[in-house]
Design a protein around this ligand. Structure first.
Ligand code: ATP
Ligand code: MG
Length: 244
């Protein structure tokens, strides 16, 4: 069945023949070479692959931070390739939470102010923003540092604050680019447990990780090799051949 846009009816994320070519001084660099990816609502997906294979580029297609040279991207019912940059920013603020390796909190805002930031996009009433932000900070176990600045708290605490901010608008989709990459094992484990809870509540999560142990705990793993997703058959064959 089609809704006229060729979007798969059950997918919350749909990438169709996505190509990305960067213009570089050395000439065009083809980074994504025809990626097809369907992710259903409530799936938890790990994206793995060697450095430089195109994982961040792929993730940036899903968040609309970057757009494909050709192909189509549908996320949360929206055809991203048809939106202007402004429209994408607004859409992202309402539908997608993003967490990066380096937490990217605004240093001049307190923790709670950082968490309240995305609420501007959704028109959450001013009076409710603080309350909602505080709820989120309690969820990530950070209520005590609400009024501190990012530089005054630990890396693990900053990452939890970044997650609270990413969840400010109850996004359907949460995307992480190495969200645990800069955390110690304990903080990474806590964050992972939090992601598992969110998935249970119906959030769709896509997360790039270099951490094989972590990827091993994620129900679906997609591997990027040289700008393409490896087929499940190729992964199976490699397992049969006993190679890593
Ligand atoms: N804005 C850009 N302009 C030009 N080339 C880029 C740009 N962004 C990424 N690239 C190149 O595209 C390729 C894929 O980069 P990407 O960041 O997606 O890899 P990655 O799999 O996320 O790697 P890592 O694991 O190191 O984060 C690399 O060769 C990179 O140098
Ligand atoms: Mg990357």
């Amino acid at each position: 069945m089609s809704n006229g846009n060729n979007e798969q009816p059950n997918s919350v994320i749909s990438l169709q023949s996505v190509e990305k070519i960067y213009k570089t001084k050395a000439g065009p660099l083809r980074v994504l070479k025809g990626v097809d990816l369907e992710i259903k609502e409530g799936e938890f997906v790990a994206i793995v692959g060697p450095s430089g294979s195109g994982k961040s580029t792929l993730i940036n297609m899903i968040t609309g931070i970057d757009r494909p040279t050709s192909g189509e991207v549908f996320v949360a019912g929206q055809r991203l390739t048809k939106l202007s940059e402004n429209q994408v920013a607004k859409w992202r603020g309402r539908n997608v939470g993003v967490v990066f390796q380096f937490f990217q909190l605004l240093p001049t805002l307190t923790v709670i102010e950082n968490v309240m930031m995305p609420m501007h996009y959704t028109g959450t009433f001013q009076g409710q923003r603080k309350e909602r932000a505080m709820e989120l900070l309690e969820m990530v176990d950070l209520p005590d540092v609400a009024h501190k600045y990012p530089s005054q708290i630990s890396g693990g605490q900053q990452q939890r604050a970044a997650i609270a901010r990413a969840l400010a608008n109850n996004p359907k989709v949460l995307v992480g680019d190495e969200p645990t990459g800069n955390l110690d094992v304990v903080s990474a484990g806590l964050m992972f447990a939090m992601f598992e809870d969110l998935v249970k509540q119906g959030t769709t999560i896509v997360m790039v990780t270099h951490d094989r142990d972590l990827a091993g705990q994620i129900p679906r793993v997609e591997e990027v090799r040289d700008g393409q997703l490896m087929s499940q058959e190729a992964i199976d064959q490699r397992l049969v051949a006993g190679r890593q």
